[in-house]
Design a protein around this ligand. Structure first.
Ligand code: GRG
Length: 283
């Protein structure tokens, strides 16, 4: 990974904001608050790295990467709402509804979700990406972020509040809630590189395993956080179901499986290093 692709992501996320009138400029203030608050940019980075690993130019995946980050930002705003996880803080700052009020936070999430698809459509104007590639990206992102993906996972999550989830339920829930958007990021990178089905399937395999490793690691990190809303909301986590040691070894196993699936790519060293780095992350 290099500094340049991080800079490019930051620039594109900002430059893709909707063009608003003076009356509605306040919406962008809320979007910027969520989009530029120190997120790790894991999903856009994966998107660009998969584009490169599949032989494409990273700049052609920038709009796709930004669209995935907009969806991610929306999901976090909605996830923090009182009717969901009821978290007052996100990334060490007030969550969106605490800063702007509940109704505005709902709108900010809606705006991010809707605008993500506008950004996908913009890709063909700004990069060497065809309309057909944009359409494939819309198909993937809408399926993986919607009811058959991330939203479906959140539905299972809510169903298991104050109810113990079996390991099977936990894996299914997190494959959707966390894994699906990661899968979208990886697949969209491949689409931007015009990759064939063998590479796309390998990217899916990588993402499904990395998604679980990522969520398990997130649970381990949250376990050590005194403001952990999972405990307050009576949620099952990998730590509560498996214990800390087994959870750690599961995260390592899923990361290894993810890394193994990179053999379909000629130049996947940065992806391998990134996956291994996520396992050791501290936030
Ligand atoms: C559809 C309302 C609704 C929610 C979608 C994905 C999701 C469900 C909610 C997000 C909340 C959450 C904690 C999901 C698990 C995925 C996860 C570990 C998110 C945090 O991702 P990071 O660590 O966040 O990449 P940063 O802050 O780095 O951007």
């Amino acid at each position: 990974m290099n500094e340049k692709i991080i800079e490019d992501i930051e620039y594109t996320v900002k430059s893709c904001l909707p063009a608003l009138s003076a009356e509605t400029q306040g919406v962008n203030e809320m979007l910027i608050y969520s989009l530029e608050s120190g997120g790790k940019r894991v999903r856009p980075l994966l998107c660009l790295m998969f584009c490169r690993a599949a032989g494409g130019k990273a700049e052609n995946a920038l709009y796709f990467a930004a669209a995935v980050e907009y969806i991610h930002a929306y999901s976090l705003i909605h996830d923090d709402l009182p009717c969901m996880d009821n978290d007052d803080f996100r990334r060490g700052r007030l969550s969106s509804h605490k800063k702007f009020g509940e109704a505005n936070a709902l709108l900010a999430g809606d705006a991010l979700l809707t605008h993500a698809f506008h950004i996908l459509a913009l890709a063909q104007e700004s990069a060497e990406v065809t309309a057909s590639q944009c359409l494939s990206a819309v198909k993937e992102l809408s399926a993986l972020a919607g009811a058959s993906g991330m939203v479906g996972g959140q539905y299972i999550d809510l169903m298991y509040e104050n109810k113990e989830a079996s390991p099977e339920v936990l894996f299914t829930m997190d494959s959707l809630k966390t894994g699906a958007l990661i899968e979208a990021a990886c697949v969209l990178g491949c689409i931007a590189a015009s990759a064939g089905s063998e590479k796309i399937n390998a990217a899916r395999d990588f993402a499904r395993n990395l998604g679980l490793a990522f969520q398990i690691t997130d649970d381990i990190l949250e376990y050590n956080d005194e403001n952990n809303s999972d405990i307050l909301n009576g949620k099952s986590t990998y730590v509560s179901v498996f214990g800390i040691e087994k959870a750690s070894s599961l995260a390592a196993d899923f990361t290894k499986k993810a890394v193994d699936s990179l053999s379909a790519f000629q130049n996947a060293d940065e992806l391998r290093d990134f996956a291994l780095g996520l396992l050791k992350r501290k936030k």
